[in-house]
Ligand binder design. Structure first.
Ligand code: PLP
Ligand code: TYR
Length: 460
């Protein structure tokens, strides 16, 4: 959809509003200094338009709020769990579900269940928390995404696809019996919100069947993935996103879910699976780390909101608007010559910071510097997704990923297209004076998941 053709209005009307206010440049300069040039450490009240993340930032519907009042807060056997179980079975097709407080709670449990120390986990690009839990359980992560995903400019309709040859090579190198499972993310966050095709999912399933490998999904943005299949894959134009969601998942043995994205809730997650042995182990572990198997760290009202939200998120009109709004912002930037990751993904527009700031070496964290400066310029909060996020390897060296990006992440059902225009204007204005932006160095660096809490100062 080109910007000029954006005729579909929001498929909802606004019933509750939350005021936001603009700050002065001086206030923002002080705030970013105090936050150690890390946008994660900024107070949200100073962020005029907050595009840090699409996680837990959705606006809930009237129906979700109504269900919040109906949460069954019993410690055990709450009916809210039954509602979630029914929704997961009906919409996703999995008979068993174990709630967790959010996605990484589910990642922790499945990593502990399926990984033996010394085994291997392939995936279509790493995700920070996912890889952390896999490594903590003793596995080695292997990136088996297609090469194109590491090239920000490469146009590919399904840039999140698994490279079957890379997967096969790993099987040949380490032996199928040493592969704990393959983890396929729908869509791929760090590649730019890029989708995986149904054809690719089927082909991975076949390789898993041929080799006796468990096929798991990080299904965090599975509804957005379904939208891209409907839009781009032959044979799916007349299939509803709800049907595509179900078909996609029919090939998997189970999934981890961060409900904070495509279940449209502010908190929540779960594991879903077909295998009873995995269910039993998940129930054994969930009571240690999260709570009873019927609530997993959540309130009954959270389970209710998630059960309703996961249905709403598969609606065709909602998804067309959702992905359309992300694209609207991306196209405004592209038209102005701002370097962005192509094609524009499902949940965010990613600025190519390496291209934006060619004068800043990667070890001076250009994406981190760009996110900080965008906030000072405009009050728009974004997130670094490059060298800082990738962390250090076993030898203590920066991983220097091929993608050095800043993510403008669009919360679901929260901002209007007018907000998107303001964001585009801010980025375009900053692009015109990019030469003035300088690199950063660490003044505090935590040992893991450093991007959340690290602090920096400018290199003079
Ligand atoms: C692709 C992906 N997987 C897993 C997670 C983990 O989910 P959560 O933030 O709910 O722990 C996230 C977001 O954090 C994500 O984007
Ligand atoms: N999953 C969320 C929250 C998050 C952000 C950064 C991370 O590396 C981990 C989690 C997101 O992608 O925005």
């Amino acid at each position: 959809m080109a910007t000029t053709e954006r005729t579909l209005a929001e498929p909802y009307r606004i019933k509750t509003v939350e005021p936001i206010t603009m700050t002065t440049r001086e206030e923002r300069e002080k705030a970013i200094r105090e936050a150690g040039y890390n946008t994660f450490l900024l107070p949200s009240k100073l962020c005029y338009i907050d595009l840090l993340t699409d996680s837990g930032t959705s606006a809930m519907s009237d129906n979700q709020w109504a269900h919040m009042m109906m949460g069954d807060e019993a410690y055990a056997g709450a009916k809210s769990f039954d509602l979630l179980k029914e929704a997961v079975e009906e919409v996703y097709g999995f008979p068993y579900v174990v709630p967790t407080h959010q996605g990484r709670g589910a990642e922790h449990l499945i990593s502990q269940i399926l990984i033996r120390p010394g085994t291997h986990v392939p995936g279509n690009m790493y995700f920070t928390t996912t890889r952390f839990h896999q490594e903590q359980a003793g596995a080695t992560f292997h990136d088996v995404i297609i090469d194109e995903a590491h090239d920000p400019q490469f146009e590919h309709p399904f840039k999140g696809n698994v490279d079957l040859a890379k997967f096969q090579k790993l099987i040949d190198d380490v032996g199928a019996e040493n592969i704990a499972y393959i983890n396929v993310a729908l869509t791929v966050n760090l590649a730019g919100g890029q989708p995986v095709s149904m054809e690719n999912i089927r082909a991975v399933r076949k390789m898993c069947d041929d080799n006796g490998i468990i096929m798991w999904s990080d299904a965090t943005r599975l509804a957005e993935n379904a939208f891209f299949i409907q839009e781009r894959e032959e044979g799916y134009a007349d299939t509803s996103c709800a049907e595509i969601v179900k078909e996609q998942l029919s090939y998997f043995d189970g999934l981890t879910m961060s409900g904070k994205k495509d279940c449209l809730v502010n908190i929540g997650g779960f594991l879903a699976m077909r295998d009873e042995d995995i269910l039993v182990k998940a129930r054994e572990l969930v009571v240690v780390y999260e709570g009873m198997p019927s609530y997993g760290g959540l309130a009954g009202r959270d389970l209710e909101a998630m059960a309703v939200g996961l249905r709403e998120a598969t609606d065709d009109a909602y998804l067309a608007h959702r992905v359309g709004q992300v694209r609207f912002l991306g196209e405004l930037l592209r038209e102005a010559g701002v370097p962005i990751v192509e094609p524009i993904g499902g949940h965010a527009v990613f600025l190519d910071a390496a291209e934006f700031l060619p004068h800043i070496p990667q070890d001076q964290y250009p994406a981190q510097a760009l996110a900080a400066e965008l906030f000072v310029e405009s009050g728009v909060r974004s997130m670094e997704r490059g060298n800082v996020s990738a962390g250090r390897d076993a030898d203590g060296n920066n991983r220097n990923p091929a993608l050095e990006l800043v993510r403008l992440t669009i919360p679901r059902r929260v901002y209007t297209d007018r907000h998107m225009e303001i964001v585009a204007r801010a980025v375009i204005d900053l692009c015109a004076k990019r030469d003035q932006i300088t690199g950063l160095k660490f003044v505090y660096e935590p040992p893991s998941l450093r991007f959340f809490t690290s602090r920096f100062e400018p290199i003079a």
